[in-house]
Design a protein around this ligand. Structure first.
Ligand SMILES: *[C@@H]1O[C@H](CO)[C@@H](O)[C@H](O)[C@H]1NC(C)=O
Ligand SMILES: *[C@@H]1O[C@H](CO)[C@@H](O)[C@H](O)[C@H]1NC(C)=O
Ligand SMILES: *[C@@H]1O[C@H](CO)[C@@H](O)[C@H](O)[C@H]1NC(C)=O
Ligand SMILES: *[C@@H]1O[C@H](CO)[C@@H](O)[C@H](O)[C@H]1NC(C)=O
Ligand SMILES: *[C@@H]1O[C@H](CO)[C@@H](O)[C@H](O)[C@H]1NC(C)=O
Length: 486
């Protein structure tokens, strides 16, 4: 099915009220798409056709540390020349880890013999949180043509891609976080980092004393570990954006698990933190995928507004003026009652400079520009002892404390997430009750501080997870603002 963008916007608006017709949501590639002309039409194709191939080669061709290659976060952060910054480097701590991770840019699955991963996966399965009725859909590159015609139009899987469902219909799964609740507040987020050219954005944010929420791709963390470390050292929010950036609802259970698990583990080994949040590439999530993420203690963060900046030339097809208009519409949507969460990308020089050029306009219109942890008062976002500012603290100039310094070093360590305790949370939620707060905030309760494989878990409340778990999603119509940008 193919809907023109404007009609799609109208369809989704209607969908909030009536949910009558079948709508294919934003993020679904259009029928007949083709990269034959060398101009890919969606992000996945861009990765597959270009960057993934290039990155795979890059990983293989990496040289040993040379005199000029950076060996620390501080050295890397000081490089301003793009060619230098994008010259592959190799640091021994990270090379030593590579055998314990899937191949970069390939769909992850549990590695043979990875007892720890198998233990965590088995605990999630035993928790009973994963709904058996929700099956994989479409293909990893987002072709749902053979799936949507027979899909139940009531959207029983709460598939976001279908009609932006963000209030799960299966028990024990928290609502997605969609917008910042604070009035006139711009939730600043960037997908797809870390990357070699990020300095232009990170230097700018540093100079503006502005923090953002960064959704990191696991393969990028392995390719550009010193850049990943900078994101944390600079005090930004760090969340998972999967291992290989595919459409998650297409993958089978162990692949979904592995895409999340190995990214979170890469972040733990390279950056030293156990993260508790993730964003699905293309927003492509359903209750099966959400449940597996919940099992790993990861809150699902979507967005209200999309800059569509990745579509900008030369990497995309749209003019900078078109992206300027997207930003203008988002800025005009400033609301004195509530805030938003805006999707942008650190992808390349173009998208980063586009944000930089828009930042003064954003600041002029919104009372506050904040990262997601702060707008949700999530002051303990990781399991480690690092404290982020609450909303009030952030807008008063507060920054995180307990962060590592520029001497941060990668090390192989145990990734021991807070696993959701689903069976006790199988609550009496009413299916499709948009906006109802119905998840059980005790859902996240078990922390494994021993080998995750031994199944011996101590019960301990997780304030960080609860802060996200109790988050109020901007209900079922939260995606309406996004449509204004189409
Ligand atoms: C998922 O798919 C991969 C690749 O086809 C396969 O190796 C693996 O066994 C599958 N896992 C499950 C749980 O079906
Ligand atoms: C990384 O940065 C390069 C250079 O800006 C860009 O071409 C590429 O698309 C980026 N790759 C990813 C995976 O974001
Ligand atoms: C990055 O973009 C800015 C703004 O468009 C431009 O001035 C600059 O030359 C670009 N840098 C590179 C390395 O392409
Ligand atoms: C964050 O804390 C402030 C001040 O206590 C409060 O007004 C606000 O409702 C809180 N926001 C969330 C999402 O909990
Ligand atoms: C939440 O979980 C607790 C502990 O398992 C249980 O006692 C309580 O009844 C649950 N509440 C709801 C609303 O499901």
């Amino acid at each position: 099915m193919r809907l023109a963008p404007r009609l799609l916007g109208a369809a989704v608006l209607l969908g909030c009220a009536a949910s009558a017709a079948a709508h294919v949501g934003h993020g679904v590639p259009r029928a007949g798409r083709s990269s034959a002309a060398g101009v890919p039409l969606d992000l996945y194709e861009r990765h597959a056709a270009g960057s993934a191939v290039r990155h795979a080669k890059v990983a293989r061709r990496r040289r040993s540390p040379a005199a000029t290659a950076p060996t620390s976060e501080a050295q890397e952060a000081a490089i301003t020349d793009e060619t230098d910054a994008c010259t592959p480097y190799s640091i021994p701590e990270v090379s030593a880890l590579e055998g314990t991770f899937p191949t970069v840019w390939e769909i992850a699955d549990i590695l043979p013999g990875d007892v720890q991963a198998q233990g965590v996966w088995s605990a999630i399965q035993k928790s009973g949180i994963i709904p058996k009725s929700v099956k994989p859909k479409g293909t990893p590159d987002g072709d749902f043509d053979s799936f949507t015609p027979t899909y139940d139009q009531s959207n029983p899987d709460c598939w976001w891609t279908y009609e932006h469902c963000d209030v799960p219909k299966h028990p024990g799964i928290p609502d997605d976080i969609v917008g910042c609740p604070e009035p006139s507040t711009y939730g600043l987020t960037f997908d797809d980092g870390p990357n070699c050219t990020q300095q232009v954005l990170y230097d700018y944010l540093r100079d503006q004393k502005q923090k953002a929420t960064m959704f990191y791709i696991g393969s990028n963390v392995m390719d550009w570990p010193l850049q990943a470390q900078r994101g944390l050292v600079d005090g930004h929010d760090i969340c998972v954006h999967t291992w290989s950036h595919r459409y998650m609802t297409s993958l089978n259970d162990t692949q979904v698990f592995a895409e999340l698990y190995y990214t979170a583990k890469a972040i733990k080994d390279v950056m030293g933190i156990t993260v508790q949040c993730w964003r699905p590439p293309f927003g492509d999530v359903d209750d099966r995928v959400r449940a597996i993420a919940t099992g790993l203690g990861l809150a699902t963060i979507i967005w209200t507004d999309d800059t569509d900046d990745w579509q900008m030339k030369p990497a995309g097809k749209k003019s900078q003026k078109a992206i300027d208009r997207n930003y203008a519409a988002i800025i005009a949507g400033e609301n004195s009652q509530k805030g938003n969460i805006v999707l942008a990308h650190e992808l390349n020089n173009g998208t980063m400079h586009e944000f930089i050029s828009q930042y003064p306009n954003i600041k002029a219109r919104f009372d506050h520009v904040v990262p997601v942890f702060s707008c949700m008062n999530n002051t303990k976002p990781y399991l480690e002892d690092i404290t982020y500012p609450s909303f009030e603290e952030y807008i008063a100039g507060g920054v995180a404390s307990g962060l590592p310094g520029p001497d941060i070093k990668a090390v192989s360590t145990t990734y021991a997430p807070v696993l959701a305790q689903a069976t006790s949370a199988a609550s009496q939620q009413s299916a499709g009750a948009a906006g109802a707060t119905k998840q059980n905030s005790t859902a996240a309760g078990k922390q494994s501080d021993q080998s995750a494989a031994d199944g011996q878990k101590k019960s301990s409340a997780s304030p960080a997870y609860s802060a996200f778990g109790a988050a109020m999603a901007v209900a079922g119509c939260g995606a309406v603002a996004l449509m204004a940008t189409l």
